[in-house]
Design a protein around this ligand. Structure first.
Ligand code: SF4
Length: 441
């Protein structure tokens, strides 16, 4: 979307006060996220009413999921597009600016059509790399496959081409994302995530390559080994397990159970003792008995994961789980959620405390005087804790620096550390429009 807008001469700003048009990229996989998207659209629409902006456009998963329904319900919003329609956005923006109301939600997504231009908006040293789109699994609680369509992978050559361009422009941390990275490449002839990681790990300018959202099936073992051994790949595993009781996982239409998961985590840690493991769980899935919940709680305690996110089960219209008869009460869902969060808070706090005194590599992201905030290899942006840095020994530190730091303290979720020496300085470049599609070569 940004690439197409940039290529057609639109000036992009994150500052609402100077914008003519507000484009809201909505989320719609949970009722709560759809509600958040609606609230954001309404607050943008209020700015329009006050004369501060001229038009508001909604794009993405929420509009894809609810289509005409949301367009009818929100007359104050001027334009609607679904997912995978980035190339249509400049035209829609022009039309809403001329006073037209445009509802143009097609789809679901059609892979990577029109995915040929990129304007990086993350900090100059970090970029996401979308490796696939869509999902072929049918987890019972999830509506993402119906929103984003069947899985389509981008060929390794395209991804390496894009990664090289980003690296040449100063990107040092590359974060691989897709709905189901473990299955990456299946539509191209076979599981290819290990091959992709191997190719990307040959790009010398990159310092950290991070993979998010691994699915815990039998193909995960080879990926874990690659994460533990390949140069530049962060020793960081993000594997949403969702539950631990085998019968709940079965009704979620997902594989595994506590014993298998514990063995998997043990293997990852045996391959590489400093491996950081993150997971997410759902509390209160339909049919989750008190015993099944206790099994999950015991697992969260026993697995000693570094980072855990917990969601209260959300009954999503159109998902198989919404039709299940044994829905757990809202009170029990909330209670189980809070109890899991408490268990993990203690685990995380103790694990962080144990790391005091050790040395880590930190990517500096913000600098204020002699203080900074950054992340280690074990801290992914936005979801994990941060590292608060004392930069007294490195007064010329800047965002994008990689420094060696000694951990001096910890809190519930964050670390404090003292920077010791500079390891690498990322070249600070202003964002430029990249041609990333096959046609660019
Ligand atoms: S693998 Fe992820 S995106 Fe796909 S159906 Fe399951 S939860 Fe949804």
């Amino acid at each position: 979307m940004l690439g197409h807008l940039g290529a057609e001469g639109f000036e992009l700003t994150g500052d609402l006060d100077s914008a003519d048009v507000v484009v809201v990229n909505t989320c719609g996989f949970l009722q709560a996220s759809a509600q958040e998207s609606v609230n954001t659209l309404l607050s943008a629409a209020r700015r329009k009413k006050d004369g501060q902006v001229r038009a508001v456009v909604a794009v993405g998963c929420m509009t894809q999921r609810y289509g005409a329904e949301v367009a009818n319900a929100m007359p104050e919003v001027d334009g609607f597009l679904g997912v995978g329609q980035g190339q249509e956005l400049p035209d829609v923006v022009r039309r809403v600016l001329s006073g037209e109301r445009v509802t143009q939600v097609t789809g679901p997504a059609a892979g990577f059509e029109g995915y040929g231009l990129r304007l990086q908006q993350t900090p100059h040293h970090t970029a996401y790399l979308k490796i696939s789109e869509g999902c072929d699994r049918n987890c019972a609680f999830c509506v993402i496959p119906s929103i984003r369509g069947k899985m389509v992978s981008r060929p390794i050559s395209d991804l390496v081409f894009e990664a090289r361009q980003l690296a040449a422009r100063g990107v040092r941390e590359l974060i691989l994302v897709g709905q189901d990275p473990t299955r990456y490449g299946v539509d191209l002839g076979g599981h290819q995530l290990v091959e992709l990681l191997t190719e990307l790990s040959r790009i010398e300018e990159l310092r950290w390559i991070r993979v998010m959202y691994l699915f815990p099936d039998r193909h995960a073992a080879a990926v874990l080994e690659a994460i533990a051994t390949l140069p530049r790949v962060c020793r960081y595993v993000d594997m949403p397990l969702q539950h631990a009781a085998p019968e709940v996982l079965r009704s979620m239409n997902r594989p595994g159970g506590d014993d298998e998961f514990l063995a998997m985590i043990e293997t990852a840690r045996a391959l590489c003792p400093e491996m950081v493991v993150r997971s997410t769980f759902i509390a209160g899935f339909p049919g989750e008995t008190r015993e099944a919940y206790q099994r999950l709680a015991a697992f969260v305690h026993n697995a000693q994961l570094d980072w855990v996110g917990v969601f209260q089960y959300s009954k999503e219209e159109g998902s198989p789980a919404a039709a299940m008869s044994q829905q757990v009460t809202a009170h029990a869902r909330r209670d189980r959620y809070h109890r899991l969060m408490r268990i993990q808070r203690d685990v995380t706090r103790k694990r962080l405390r144990k790391s005091i005194g050790s040395e880590i590599e930190v990517l500096v992201e913000q600098v204020t005087g002699n203080a900074g905030v950054g992340r280690s290899m074990g801290q992914a942006p936005e979801i994990d804790g941060e590292t608060h840095l004392d930069l007294t020994a490195l007064p010329s530190s800047a965002p994008g620096d990689f420094v060696l730091a000694e951990i001096t303290g910890s809190s519930e979720y964050d670390l404090t550390a003292k920077a010791l020496r500079l390891l690498h300085r990322s070249p600070a470049r202003t964002p430029e429009l990249l041609q990333i599609g096959v046609k660019a070569r």
